[in-house]
Design a protein around this ligand. Structure first.
Ligand code: LLP
Length: 422
């Protein structure tokens, strides 16, 4: 459920008409709903009620300061994957003891940053990384809390580019070698082993792969405890999918996911962490764009928008489907028309949808891409020298620009000219 609904014939974000935002900031832009962000965070929090738990938002999905602050104020921790994300989380007011550090290649400066500023735990992804964290902790005279990310060799049944839990993927250490690697970690004085981490992929629409992975983690917990390790925290990663097409079968709800977690891991008495990104932010955001031209091609009509692949790369990168709906509510019974919906960037990959049936629209009309709140703005670029598009946050009947559109001068002046060219 989200808070983007038609009211009096016009699509709103909560109580604000999108056309009003467009008139203020221009198009294209991203817009997020506070109520949806909070509702999705609370769904997870409630789903794990009864377990000692922390929901750490995977801020790679959406990392604007205002979004992070909204979630942090509701009690969320953060899952970060770079020094930049760590500093963004801190800047948004998240304390170090609510930040977990994931990622397959943490550098020494990033590790130092987190050890100095405070960290809940590092999710270690390899033996060499473990040694670097140990060395960094010893040099700073601290002890680094760690979990080790195990790769359970489970097929997440999602898009190949976002599956992470098979043995051919670069993530984690093979679960078959876990005991050996935990023994090694226990010998390093700069580390304190506190738990196990697993994350098998993103946009999972079935609970079965999660359950398989978590069962393996449950078995491993017992084994490692038997080996003398104090396993008291399980980080279960993110990955629960969202409905992108409204007529699709809906993926499992956080409540079902929580029940499965309790069923497979509840008896272990561990603190549970999860790292959802997409489910919290995905359907809490839209990208709004304007139709520039309607062009009739051979046997097809192209809808040319002012938004492009640099603004929302998911269709080009993952063949991802996004619902695209007119901001002016179509009159009931209007026959749908078929369009290829494209942006102005100079490559054929800049295609959002092919032969998409939608109510007829005209140049000047606004359209909204649904489910664009996660992995939308954060993956955008200035390809074709198109300045990053603005982000707007709505809260009830208020809205605020939370990242302005840079001017062309700002964009150009980021480059510097070497002395020999002056
Ligand atoms: N934890 C770890 C260690 C991750 O690598 C990820 C996502 C998450 C949590 C959050 O997963 P989520 O709950 O959002 O599914 N750009 C792609 C998605 C990449 C996901 C990468 N890792 C897309 O647009 O679909």
């Amino acid at each position: 459920m989200d808070h983007f609904l038609y009211k009096n014939g016009a699509l709103h974000a909560e109580d604000v008409p999108l056309s009003e935002i467009a008139a203020t900031v221009g198009t294209p832009f991203y817009v997020y709903s506070t109520a949806t962000l909070l509702r999705h965070f609370q769904l997870f929090d409630e789903a794990l009620a009864g377990l000692d738990h922390l929901v750490c938002f995977a801020m790679k999905a959406a990392s604007n300061q205002a979004i992070l602050r909204t979630l942090a104020q509701a009690g969320a921790g953060m899952d970060v994957v770079s020094g930049g994300e760590y500093l963004r989380a801190k800047a948004a007011g998240v304390p170090g003891d609510k930040i977990v550090f994931s990622g397959v290649g943490k550098t020494r400066p990033e590790i130092d940053l987190a050890l100095t500023g405070g960290i809940r735990q590092f999710n270690v992804e390899s033996e060499p990384e473990m040694e670097t964290i140990n060395a960094a902790a010893l040099a700073l005279g601290v002890v680094a809390p760690i979990t080790i990310r195990v790769n359970p060799d489970v097929d997440a049944k999602t898009h190949a580019k976002i599956a992470t839990g098979k043995s051919e993927n670069k993530f984690g250490i093979p679960i078959s070698r876990a005991r050996e690697v935990y023994a090694q970690a226990a010998r390093l004085p700069g580390l304190q082993v506190i738990g196990i981490d697993v994350h098998i992929g993103s946009q999972l629409t079935d609970l079965a792969p999660f359950e398989q992975a978590y069962q393996k983690v449950a078995e491993l917990t017992q084994l490692l405890r038997g080996d003398g390790h104090d396993i008291r925290r399980l980080d279960l990663g993110g990955g629960l999918g969202i409905p992108y097409a409204r007529d699709n079968q809906a993926p499992p709800l956080p409540l079902d996911y929580g029940a499965m977690v309790k069923r497979t891991l509840g008896h272990l008495g561990c603190e549970i962490e999860i790292e959802p990104g997409r489910l919290i932010a995905g359907n809490a955001g839209l990208m709004v764009s304007q139709v520039i031209y309607l062009k009739s091609g051979e046997g097809r009509d192209f809808l040319i928008l002012d938004g492009a692949m640099n603004d929302l790369i998911r269709p080009a990168m993952y063949e991802a489907y996004h619902d695209i709906i007119p901001v002016n509510e179509p009159a009931p019974g209007v026959p749908a028309a078929k369009y290829d919906i494209v942006g102005p960037v100079c490559e054929s990959g800049d295609t959002f949808a092919k032969e998409r049936l939608m109510p007829p629209v005209r140049p000047g009309d606004l359209v909204a891409f649904r489910s664009a709140g996660a992995y939308g703005a954060v993956m955008s670029s200035e390809y074709n020298s198109r300045p990053l598009i603005p982000e707007v946050l709505v809260n009830g009947d208020q809205f605020a620009v939370i990242r302005p559109r840079p001017s062309f001068d700002e964009m150009i002046n980021r480059d510097t000219i070497p002395a020999w060219l002056l």
